[in-house]
Design a protein around this ligand. Structure first.
Ligand code: NAP
Length: 321
């Protein structure tokens, strides 16, 4: 038997239950699918939102369902057409992925079925926990800074929430792109965020960030806090600049952006094995590191959700099946 977390209703963290299920049969794998023994599953805010009935709950296909989209593990079996390519993917390979989103990937489990096109090989220097924490948050930071904002060397980039899952990776990626990086964080995380490559870290609990940047606006704002932070984020951007809101662009933010000639956008992260391999190469080259602040056994998924819902965690949390 294998185990997984499932829920039979929407609700608080207590709806997450650990259940026994039969081990997946490799003969059920479809074209291009890969069966992975999960060693770490990243926990993300969309997991908690979906558990409550928001997020992507409409695409879960009814109860019971299992949340989680970040997987790191070893290949247990290859489906038809999978493996044998130039990357050497084979049974036993260490892989990781942000898979199947926004459909169900059921990552909170001993086994997960991933798509080969969405996975990447884990560099030897990277732990399972770090690999489990990277995919969704890392791809969000990469797609927002590179695909959407097209950050150029020398540009000024403001990252709200520099101590969070997306934020701590975005600080490192923006620094690696050659940007001048300004991040916001609370006092206890400021020194650490600076050590990741931020040129300035503003303790948002003590300083007025908008006032501080009024005479030196930025080219790009990655607002991982979003919601009420929208209009102040627009106020920090230069005319022609870009503000990326991770939870959607409110009417208020849209109006503020229009008035000041700023481009305010929302982007939903999508799986991309090629981009994830690029992030893996950055890790291997010492240009990107994933901070895992806490690891939980699968049975304590509810505690991991409580921590994420506090909004105060540092870096990433992962489950260890
Ligand atoms: N659109 C998409 O595709 C997409 C993708 C990924 C995530 N998201 C969304 O983006 C948000 C962030 O995701 P995440 O994984 O980074 O979350 P997270 O790891 O839970 O973020 C927690 C961090 O936010 C910081 N924070 C909270 N309020 C802040 C404020 N007012 N100013 C600065 N920092 C603040 C906290 O730092 P302090 O303790 O220092 O305050 C904490 O370190 C979530 O709402 C998530 O749903 C969207």
């Amino acid at each position: 038997m294998a185990q997984r977390i499932q829920q039979r209703s929407y609700g608080g963290p207590e709806v997450l239950e650990l259940v026994d299920v039969p081990e997946p049969d490799p003969r059920d794998l479809a074209e291009g699918e890969v069966l992975v023994r999960v060693h770490a599953a990243g926990v993300n805010p969309v997991d908690t939102q979906t558990r409550r009935g928001g997020g992507v709950s409409g695409l879960m296909g009814g109860f019971p369902f299992t949340v989680g989209w970040d997987v790191a593990g070893t290949v247990a079996a290859l489906g038809p057409g999978a493996g044998g390519g130039s990357n050497g993917l084979a049974v036993g390979s260490r892989v990781f992925a942000f898979s199947r989103f926004p459909e169900q990937a059921a990552a909170y489990a001993d086994f997960a079925v991933l798509r080969e096109s969405e996975l990447a090989l884990v560099p030897p220097s990277m732990s399972d926990a770090q690999a489990g924490g990277l995919p969704l948050a890392g791809l969000t930071a990469w797609q927002d800074l590179v695909d959407i904002a097209a950050v150029q060397p020398g540009q000024r980039v403001l990252i709200h929430g520099g101590g969070g899952g997306v934020g701590h990776l975005a600080v490192q990626i923006a620094h690696d792109l050659g940007a001048y990086v300004i991040a916001t964080a609370s006092a206890g995380k400021c020194d650490w965020v600076a050590s990741l490559g931020a040129d300035e870290v503003l303790d948002y609990t003590r300083v007025d960030v908008v006032a501080g940047l009024r005479n030196r606006p930025v080219d790009v704002v990655l607002d991982t806090v979003s919601g009420p932070m929208g209009p102040p984020s627009v106020a920090c951007a230069a005319p022609g600049g870009t503000v990326i809101e991770l939870l959607g662009v409110s009417e208020e933010t849209k109006a503020a952006a229009q008035e000041s000639g700023v481009n305010a956008v929302y982007h939903a992260v999508h799986p991309d094995g090629g981009q994830l391999q690029h992030l893996a190469d950055m890790v291997a080259g010492g240009r990107l590191a994933v901070d895992v602040s806490e690891e939980y056994p699968l049975a304590r998924a509810a505690d991991a959700h409580r921590a994420v819902e506090s909004g105060r965690t540092r870096g990433k949390l992962v489950l260890r099946p």
